[in-house]
Ligand binder design. Structure first.
Ligand code: 5CA
Ligand code: ZN
Length: 413
């Protein structure tokens, strides 16, 4: 499907050289790893299920991968960025059934809202923005491969993936089986269904039920399970062993574990991704912000109430992406004050030399996307600029600071 219009990313002058290699925290090893894209960096990020978009939690997660893309580009890499849209799945169909709206119209409307929000927040669009529905032929093909490889079995007309089919199963989350069983119940699995070989085995294909949409496949009409959608879309556009698989930490298990396992079992190689990067959860009033709980702050709501999108962006940047954190209105107030000072400094005719600032912001972001440290580096420069105490005022530095904030933080001043 169509993504959204890319914001300008100003280039920093050659004088500053290239940014350092990017280090990220990889969930599968539990370590900070240097990403080493061979030329083009390949990124897959799990996209929205479009029935209630876009809340601050979504925006916070997508911002983390926007920072990663900007960091790679500044380090001299081209980036191929793929993001899916889960435009057919249980929660979407349930919402549509509740409200009486056709499921595909609901999805279309919410995706449009999401595009508007991403545009306002100056998020870089994916190169491939792919809905499950449009990827159906690829998904069917992948399930066909799994069947041929003996990695699919039938339970009353539905198809399941046996965890025994992938020797790497467990390598993403490293959770013990008790934790896996608990999370499986919480996050869309069905460990209690009878006829399964292992309670954790994941649904690959659900045969058509009355009132639900279905697609033709050699093994019968139905719709895909959730995890195989992301395996198929990532494999099609990135191939095996791409650089980073991203999403919120609620996707570590079962979603990312199974997306990886499906791909690995079908292709007999791995790993699916070199690194698995997970953003923390944003909460509201003590609970994870989620569509099912309904405790949501929408980006579009804040914009409608008059919030400057750059204030929203700065409020999100003030949190390290891996932290779980509670959203409060004070986050906006603090960001508003910061943006005002940054804009005032950016409008000055001279400022302190900007080379330390460029190096500081780049090195903070290269260290596991440490946006709060990058903001502090900008704050320091801004304080000095506004106090007028720079030892050697530089006429070019406010423009450099503006370009840097835009290119690396996506904050247009
Ligand atoms: N369509 C699937 C992924 S294939 C899905 O999880 N959709 S979603 O709409 O529920 O979430 C979209 C993205 O936002 C996911 O990466 C998810 O991990 C992230 N996310 C959801 N809730 C929060 C939250 N409260 N805080 C931070 N990130 C969140
Ligand atoms: Zn996904």
């Amino acid at each position: 499907m169509r993504a959204w219009t890319a914001p300008e990313v100003p280039a920093l002058t050659d004088r500053f050289g290239a940014a350092p290699a990017v280090v990220v925290h990889d969930t599968s090893t539990g370590r900070q790893v240097e990403t080493r894209p061979s030329g083009t960096a390949r990124l897959y990020v799990c996209g929205i299920t479009p029935y209630d978009a876009t809340h601050i939690g979504h925006a916070s997660t997508y911002l983390a991968f926007d920072l990663l893309t900007r960091a790679w580009r500044d380090a001299g890499h081209d980036v191929v960025y793929v993001q899916n849209v889960t435009d057919v799945d249980d929660p979407l169909l349930e919402r549509a059934a509740e409200t009486g709206e056709p499921w595909d119209r609901l999805a279309e409307r919410e995706v449009e809202l999401y595009r508007d929000d991403m545009t306002a927040l100056r998020m870089l669009p994916p190169d491939h923005f792919v809905g499950a529905v449009e990827a159906m032929p690829r998904i069917v093909e992948l399930i066909g491969r799994l069947r041929t490889a003996g990695a699919a079995y039938d339970v009353d007309g539905d198809l399941y993936f046996p965890i025994s089919a992938d020797s790497r199963f467990g390598d993403v989350s490293h959770y013990d089986s008790e934790t896996m069983a608990e999370l499986s119940v919480e996050r869309g699995g069905d460990p209690d269904r009878s006829g399964k070989k292992d309670p954790l085995d994941a649904l690959l294909w659900r045969s058509e039920r009355p009132g639900e949409p279905g697609w033709e496949a050699p093994w019968g009409v139905g719709r895909p399970g959730w995890h195989v959608e992301c395996s198929a879309i990532a494999l099609e556009h990135l191939g095996m062993t791409f650089d980073v698989q991203g999403g919120g930490s609620d996707l570590i298990f079962p979603h990312h574990e199974f997306s990886a396992s499906h791909a690995q079992a079908a292709h007999g190689t791995g790993p699916f991704a070199r690194a698995y990067v997970h953003a923390g959860m944003v909460s509201l009033d003590g609970e994870k912000m989620s569509k099912s709980r309904g405790n949501l702050v929408f980006v579009s709501g804040l914009l409608k109430a008059g919030a400057d999108p750059m204030v929203i962006r700065l409020a999100l940047l003030a949190q390290h992406y891996r932290e779980d954190w509670p959203w409060t209105t004070e986050d906006l107030t603090r960001a508003e004050r910061r943006l005002e000072r940054w804009r005032a400094a950016a409008a000055l005719e001279t400022g302190p030399d900007a080379s330390g600032l460029v190096a500081g912001v780049r090195s903070a972001l290269a260290r596991d996307l440490d946006a709060p440290a990058a903001l502090s580096a900008v704050d320091e420069w801004v304080d000095e600029a506004l106090s007028g105490t720079a030892a050697r005022p530089d006429a070019g530095s406010p423009a450099t600071m503006r370009a840097l904030c835009d290119a690396r933080l996506g904050v247009a001043l």
